[in-house]
Design a protein around this ligand. Structure first.
Ligand SMILES: [Zn+2]
Ligand SMILES: [Zn+2]
Length: 84
């Protein structure tokens, strides 16, 4: 009975370790990289919580976060720097 328990425990540990390895290999597709610390930042974050680098800037038209590399807001199409 103890042997069966150990086998199940080993299998679970193997499965969890494999899952962690896969999670490290493939970053979440919705998240981006902070240019300051290269940490993961969620798509709707404006500021990196690790180093306070501004990773997104609020759109002048709709106020939603837009990537600094985008010339137009992906939410409403307002051009960057344009007055609303
Ligand atoms: Zn950062
Ligand atoms: Zn917008």
């Amino acid at each position: 009975m103890v042997l069966v328990f150990l086998v199940i425990l080993a299998f679970l540990a193997y499965a969890i370790l494999g899952e962690l390895e896969r999670a490290q290999e493939v970053p979440a597709p919705a998240a981006g990289r902070c240019p300051g610390c290269s940490g993961t930042v969620e798509a709707d974050w404006l500021i990196c919580p690790r180093c306070r680098t501004q990773v997104m800037e609020p759109c002048g038209g709709c106020g939603q976060g837009t990537s600094r590399v985008h010339r137009f807001c992906p939410h409403c199409g307002t051009a960057k720097g344009a007055k609303p």
